[in-house]
Design a protein around this ligand. Structure first.
Ligand code: PMP
Length: 465
């Protein structure tokens, strides 16, 4: 079918996630038809470097036959069976064992889900259940962070701290509080990064004291906030948070949906920052996005209580540990190990990206260029003032659209441009990514200057996971 036909059918029948339906109907969708390596292709013949790895997930890149084979073989053997009613199947068992081997030593069990959102629903159920079984049923509050993204189910959005989502979500799940995020460029520039990191940790401690330790179940956070804007916390943040947590008996939940599976150059972001989580929600890179699968890695402390004292845990999903998804995830992990993907990110392409990306800081539009492993961000600023552009100019969205036109997927979160490319990206492809980003920045600067002169206000806010 031709592009126009697809666009028409899409407009008539398809409600897209995180989308202004009316605006998209006016503009029409981009139809992505096929992909290989780190490139996607659209129906109009454009080849586009996908610096977002789909939605932070296609870590091994597109077109990996081994993953296709793993799915096909499993679909032939056993396309579906559940893990309820004392049953299981080889792919779920093997994946559970493989994950326990890769996870920190004190994490030896996994509860499977179909997505990251379901993983965080599971987290909420588990932490409250844990404390009830420990004889402390009042410990129900979960502390999360402003501007965090933990999914789009009701529990996910409640744990998340995205104001536009809360505004639409109706009453959120009770007993979830939010503290400030360690976003130095956005919120802390009047002080040093280290002092700001410590302030954010102090805000967590103040919240624990306000709620009362006896009422707090857990703190949940991503090692590096992804959808919030690739927010790499100041060096002082995690050590200071660890000090706070050591003073109180509350569980630590580290959301590894983006940072897990090599993104920060370790198997888990927790390892990079030396954290010892009680629970780790995972998804995305677990299967390189080839099939949907998520889960919660459960530390021994929580697992033992759930097992020894729990009785039945009334929770689970039809597709918890789906055989084909589990088989693809298992193969994905095998390939990552065989190809040394995590070490490559840590020792080779991660440092290389850091060097090339940092060079973009000399662009007049860039207020900060930061990266860690294979996640990065550029903060756009008005070169004439050194401050943010007026929101009405829509600088980030404009830059994002220009990137697409230049053959690059780079996402915008407000005026923060973010990347999270496939972990298989080569040095030459990083050069291309940075060149395309610079071209897009040049074009954005030209168009913004014209907009400022014409005093256009085309901005429409967009958010998303
Ligand atoms: N947690 C984090 C940190 C995420 O980035 C996301 C998705 N972007 C989720 C949870 C939710 O995952 P899913 O979209 O698979 O439900």
């Amino acid at each position: 079918m031709q592009t126009q036909t697809y666009r028409q059918l899409d407009r008539d029948h398809h409600l897209h996630p995180f989308t202004d339906f009316k605006a998209l109907a006016e503009e029409g969708s981009r139809i992505v038809t096929h992909a290989e390596g780190i490139y996607i292709h659209d129906s109009e013949g454009h080849r586009i470097l996908d610096a977002m790895a789909g939605l932070w997930c296609v870590n091994l890149g597109y077109g990996r036959e081994e993953l296709v084979e793993a799915a096909t073989a499993q679909l032939r053997e056993l396309p579906y069976y559940n893990n309820f009613f004392k049953s299981t199947h080889p792919p779920a068992v093997k994946l559970a064992e493989a994950l326990s081997r890769l996870a920190p030593p004190h994490m030896n069990r996994v509860f499977f889900t179909g997505s990251g959102s379901e993983a965080n629903d599971t987290v909420l159920r588990m932490v409250r259940r844990y404390w009830a079984l420990e004889g402390k049923p009042d410990k129900q509050w979960v502390i999360a962070r402003e501007n965090a993204y933990h999914g789009s189910t009701v529990a996910g959005l409640s744990l998340g701290g995205m104001a536009p989502m809360h505004a639409q979500g109706g009453p959120t799940v009770p007993k979830i509080a939010h503290v400030r995020q360690p976003y130095w460029f956005g919120e802390g520039r009047d002080t040093s990064p280290d002092a700001f990191g410590r302030e954010c940790a102090a805000a967590l401690e103040a919240k624990i004291q306000e709620l009362g330790e006896e009422n707090v179940a857990a703190f949940i956070a991503e090692p590096v906030q992804g959808a919030g804007g690739a927010i790499i916390p100041p060096q002082s943040y995690w050590p200071a948070v660890k000090e706070v947590l050591a003073r109180y008996d509350i569980l630590l939940v580290v959301d590894e949906v983006i940072c897990g599976f090599g993104r920060l150059g370790e198997w888990f972001g927790s390892v990079h920052y030396g954290l010892e989580p009680d629970l780790m929600p995972i998804a995305k890179g677990l299967s390189s996005g080839y099939l949907p699968i998520g889960g919660v890695l459960v530390g021994d402390r929580v697992a033992e209580t759930l097992i020894e004292r729990g009785g039945e845990f009334f929770h689970g999903f039809t597709y918890s540990g789906h055989p084909a998804c589990a088989a693809v995830a298992l193969k994905n992990l095998e390939l990552m190990q065989a190809e040394g993907i995590v070490e490559r990110v840590r020792d080779d392409v991660g440092p290389y990206l850091a060097e090339r990306w940092a060079a973009l800081a000399d662009h007049p539009l860039v207020g900060e260029a930061r990266s860690l492993g294979l996640i990065g961000a550029l903060e756009l600023i008005d070169p004439t003032t050194g401050e943010r552009f007026a929101k009405s100019l829509g600088a980030g969205t404009l830059c994002r659209d220009i990137c697409f036109d230049h053959g690059l997927v780079m996402r915008s979160v407000g005026d923060t441009m973010i990347i999270s490319p496939p972990l298989v990206i080569t040095r030459a492809e990083i050069d291309e990514l940075v060149r395309l980003a610079r071209e897009a920045l040049d074009e954005t600067a030209r168009r913004l200057a014209a907009r400022e002169q014409a005093d256009e206000s085309p901005f429409r806010e967009e958010s998303g996971s």
